[in-house]
Write a protein that binds this ligand. Structure first.
Ligand SMILES: [Zn+2]
Length: 84
């Protein structure tokens, strides 16, 4: 039941909502947009996998310990990936 005309989710937005996705707090629409983006974006699949590894290492979601500095570093990494 995924609608076809959902607005595309940019990488920047995916990074913002990734912890909500992993905790199953996204609306069905945003979840569909998230998964549609993942299907087409290797950088975000890599990011999601790294995020999951971080959770495994910490034993919990890192959202509260993820400073804006750390987030910016991740976004920088994104820009690097997209230039590949
Ligand atoms: Zn992406």
């Amino acid at each position: 039941m995924i609608e076809k005309d959902l607005p595309e989710m940019p990488c920047r937005e995916l990074v913002e909502v990734i912890s909500d996705y992993l905790e199953d707090r996204l609306s069905p629409v945003d979840r569909a947009r998230f998964e549609a983006h993942l299907a087409e974006c290797e950088a975000c699949r890599t990011y999601l996998e790294q995020f999951r590894q971080t959770i495994r290492a910490l034993g919990r979601l890192p959202e509260e310990s993820l400073s804006s500095e750390a987030r910016n570093a991740l976004l920088d990494a994104f820009r690097g990936w997209s230039h590949r």
